[in-house]
Design a protein around this ligand. Structure first.
Ligand code: PLP
Length: 411
């Protein structure tokens, strides 16, 4: 998005503020669909956890996406946004049987990732088909926190437990309609993806009632110019061909599903915060903004590097800055970044702020979560109001009489 438009949005709605460009989301959705055009039945289920604002979910539905959810609350948001239950897949990890039953009662597709729940669910509801999340024991993903398909991971049912899994399916009489894997986020090497897919194909042959195979996600997006990214066109070519061949071997046309989060929304998001203070120390020039990891935690949590641009002075002379937040502990957005000269009051824009940014925001330090704005066909729409003091205290049960006898006496 252009700096002038972003500045106008910050003027109108205030800062800090998240802005999402619907056009960029659409073009990513279309790009992925095109990449897999040789697949007769392709289903993209947007991973709601990346960005779960209702308007974004409605946009995804409008584009023809299904929805990947990990909690009963995400399921409810999806239904509220108008998704049909059968277009929602529920892929929880470590949740209670009751929560899974609640999702099943809402009619969404169920994905189960441990044998204990599989056995209990199959015994109680043999008539409800389920998908199985497999752990293929593959090390993939950009860092240890987002690598989830390896042998030490808590996710999925090990490929070495397939005989046990088949016994449960057999004894309960349940039906397995899908096989799923998700090995991690930010996967750089599509060969790793293809290797894990072969494991999934081998496993799939052991289930006769499949309707779909879900390859999860993990597409790496670029974070700066020239950065590496998953070549989805090549993946589409190679995995697509292999999938079609597999369907012939399986004897039926299956649906190929993905559940992209970052790929669809990361680059469409812009986070803007105003510079409160420029502070020169003996070693560094800090630009301190009116935000912190309470609004954008990825740099501190994952070491993620978001490009930072001074949109108040885009063509100014570049200097080195460390951009930091106002949280009462180390709170660094970026160290030693070359940014156009910063003056107090300038607006800094953090790129790739669409995925796992607002959804991970909190009220730490009793700060308000920011507003969200959708930029759609040349117009800005407020899609979430900035929080207020009332939001901070809304659910608190204030007991003033508990420690103050005078208040107690007055009652
Ligand atoms: C099961 C599952 N599917 C999909 C995703 C989305 O991954 P990404 O944002 O890398 O596309 C995740 C991310 O954590 C996930 O856990």
């Amino acid at each position: 998005m252009e700096a002038t438009v972003l500045r106008e949005i910050a003027e109108e709605f205030g800062a800090p503020v998240y802005v999402y460009d619907s056009g960029q989301i659409r073009s990513q959705f279309e790009r992925l669909t095109r990449a897999f055009s040789q697949i007769p039945r392709l289903k993209l289920n947007y991973a709601a956890k990346a960005l779960s604002n209702l308007t974004i979910l409605r946009l995804m539905k409008h584009l023809g996406s299904g929805l990947d959810t990990v909690s009963i609350q995400e399921v409810r948001l999806g239904l509220l946004a108008g998704f049909a239950p059968q277009d929602i897949i529920y892929t929880p990890n470590g949740v209670s049987l009751e929560e899974i039953e609640e999702a099943a009662a809402l009619g969404v597709r169920i994905n189960i990732d441990n044998l204990s729940i599989l056995e209990q669910f199959g015994t109680r509801h043999p008539e409800i088909p389920v998908c199985i999340r497999i752990n293929p024991h593959v090390m993939a993903g950009g860092n240890s926190k987002i690598s989830v398909g390896h042998i030490d991971s808590k996710f999925g049912i090990s490929i070495h437990q397939i005989p046990h899994l088949l016994r449960i399916v057999d004894l309960t009489g349940m039906r397995v309609n899908g096989i799923h894997m998700h090995t991690g986020s930010d996967i750089l090497d599509i060969d790793v993806f293809l290797y894990a897919s072969e494991i999934l194909f081998d496993t799939a042959l052991q289930f006769k009632d499949l309707e779909f195979i879900d390859f999860g996600s993990g597409f790496k997006v670029p974070y700066r110019e020239g950065d590496i990214q998953t070549n989805v066109e090549e993946l589409g070519e190679r995995l697509g061909g292999r999938f079609n061949a597999f369907c012939k071997e399986y004897g039926r046309e299956l649906t190929l599903a993905f559940e992209p989060g970052k790929f669809l929304v990361s680059q469409a998001g812009y986070f803007m915060a105003r510079v409160n203070v420029v502070k020169q120390t003996t070693s560094t020039v800090f630009a301190g903004v009116d935000s912190g990891f309470n609004h954008l935690i990825r740099p501190m949590l994952y070491g993620a590097s978001h490009e930072i641009v001074n949109i108040s002075n885009p063509d100014g002379k570049e200097r080195y800055y460390s951009v930091v937040g106002y949280i009462c502990e180390t709170d660094t957005f970026g160290s030693n970044r070359r940014i156009s000269e910063i003056t107090e009051g300038d607006l800094l824009c953090f790129k790739n702020a669409g995925a796992y940014c607002f959804t991970m925001a909190s009220n730490y330090n009793s700060r308000y979560r920011p507003a969200e704005v959708l930029w759609h066909e040349g117009k800005a729409y407020l899609i979430r109001e900035r929080e207020t003091f009332e939001d901070l205290v809304r659910n608190q049960v204030d007991l003033p009489a508990l420690f103050d006898p005078q208040v107690a006496d007055a009652h």
